[in-house]
Write a protein that binds this ligand. Structure first.
Ligand SMILES: Cc1ncc(COP(=O)(O)O)c(C=O)c1O
Length: 443
């Protein structure tokens, strides 16, 4: 295969990237197969991050390419407003098969950010349809990431993601986060301590009144902030408080969906059913942009029965349920089922857990966290230079042939679910070396 030549590195204003630095020291990927990326020079890079948490079945799956090609050849595009097409209906039905039983409806979007904003809008519209229009408050959580749209950054809880963008949604409040390293450092799986953090919702209810609150949105496992598995019994408690007060509970499963935690969704793995589930990554194995909000029947029923408008939900995107994305979803679900990748993730979990906890011995490691095929390795920040150590380890890992994610000084790992035990050892070996090398050179 011809090697792609390096293009001039101008014109593409890159997302979430230090663009000035990138152009001085670019990192490029040219192709991918299985567990590996390859740089333009042909150097293999083991994918410890599933791209960006989304290539759960490994790279370059021909079944998906064939399904997308066939769909595009047959129906390149069809408007989803007031006219349907078989690809999206088939995809929604296929998705239902892996959702918890009462999740009867699927609203397609094109990204995780759109999924989060869509779920928030459905929550408000649900209360309007049920005759409680004063329920408008949306409750997020500190350290949460729900994408980059205005709704998502309003309920999100990572300050630097919203710092530059002025006033956001007004009727928003945040639960306290669940990170508690004093009690939970080096936990394996769900931490023992912290169920009581869910009671922070009672404080917020006391402040605004339950009758004003539309929904609570949380990531079952907070991903982008640096991997925070939920404390035992925490989500159960949140669910109970929401149910008692008529508040909808939304799980943002953009990261935890599609087998990442060893079950189709975290809702099943953790045994807690929200009212809506947001999803995106893993849906098409990273091939075509797609996201969705799955809603339980009572949410949909309320709008179908109570909405005075002809169009029950005044919301949608030009590319909702695009034929190519729908075909990619069906083909991806087929691979997950045929290769039993969600079960595979679950059965690899003990090996994964033991392996990444060995990194505890590396210098400057202050916490290791894991659940499913996810790992978080938190490093001691350098005084006055937060994030510097994390960035340095990230770059060293890449140069040694390993792709990881970094947020601040936490390295996040989330390999494709096809990973072998040998490749898990390779991740741990390369990351351990990167951390040790970085510790020698940085104070
Ligand atoms: C929990 C969660 N929600 C939403 C998003 C946003 O997804 P996207 O980048 O596809 O808009 C992300 C992305 O990392 C996420 O982790």
């Amino acid at each position: 295969m011809d090697k792609p030549t390096q293009p001039p590195l101008d014109s593409w204003w890159m997302p979430f990237t230090p663009n000035r630095q990138f152009r001085a020291e670019p990192m490029l990927l040219a192709r991918a197969k299985g567990m590996h990326y390859f740089t333009p020079e042909g150097r293999p890079v083991l994918d410890g991050a599933s791209g960006l948490w989304c290539v759960n079945a490994g790279h370059g799956r021909p079944e998906i390419v064939e399904a997308v090609t066939a769909a595009m050849t047959q129906l390149d595009y069809a408007p989803p407003f007031k006219i349907g097409h078989p690809y999206a209906f088939e995809a929604a039905r296929a998705l239902r098969q892996i959702l918890p039983p009462d999740f009867t409806e699927v609203f397609f979007v094109n990204s995780g950010s759109e999924a989060a904003d869509t779920a928030l809008k459905i929550a408000r519209a649900y209360h309007v349809a049920r005759g409680e229009p004063e329920r408008v408050w949306l409750i997020g959580r500190e350290r949460a990431y729900h994408g980059v749209n205005f709704g998502g950054i309003s309920v999100g809880g990572i300050p630097y993601v919203r710092a530059a963008f002025g006033p956001l949604l007004a009727e928003v409040d945040h639960l306290r986060h669940t990170h508690d390293p004093e009690r939970n450092a080096f936990s394996r799986g769900q931490p023992e301590h912290g169920a009581e953090f869910a009671d922070d919702l009672l404080r917020i209810i006391g402040k605004h009144g339950a009758q004003k609150i539309a929904a609570v949105i949380v990531e079952p496992m907070a991903g982008s902030t640096g991997v925070l598995p939920p404390p035992k019994a925490y989500l159960e408690r949140l669910r109970a408080i929401c149910s008692e007060h008529g508040i909808l509970l939304i799980f943002d499963e953009v990261i935890t969906g599609f087998g990442r935690l060893g079950a189709p969704f975290a809702a099943q793995r953790l045994g807690v059913e929200p009212d809506m589930i947001c999803m995106a990554k893993g849906m098409t194995n990273g091939t075509i942009p797609m996201g969705a909000v799955a809603a339980r029947s009572h949410v949909h029923d309320a709008l179908m029965q109570g909405s005075p408008a002809m169009i029950e939900l005044m919301h949608g995107y030009t590319y909702s349920g695009h034929p190519a994305a729908s075909a990619a979803l069906v083909a991806t679900l087929d691979i997950y089922a045929r290769e039993q990748l969600f079960d595979r993730a679950r059965s690899l979990e003990p090996y994964w857990e033991d392996a990444i906890h060995m990194l505890r011995q590396a210098p400057n490691v202050i916490d290791v966290r894991n659940i499913g095929l996810v790992g978080g390795i938190e490093l001691q920040p350098i005084d006055g230079r937060p994030g510097a150590r994390g960035s340095d380890v990230y770059r060293r890992a890449f140069d040694s042939g390993l792709l990881v994610r970094v947020t601040g000084d936490t390295i996040a790992l989330s390999p494709p679910l096809i990973i072998t035990e040998k490749e898990i050892d390779e991740i741990v070996g390369k990351l351990g070396d990167a951390i040790a090398g970085s510790s020698k050179e940085l104070a």
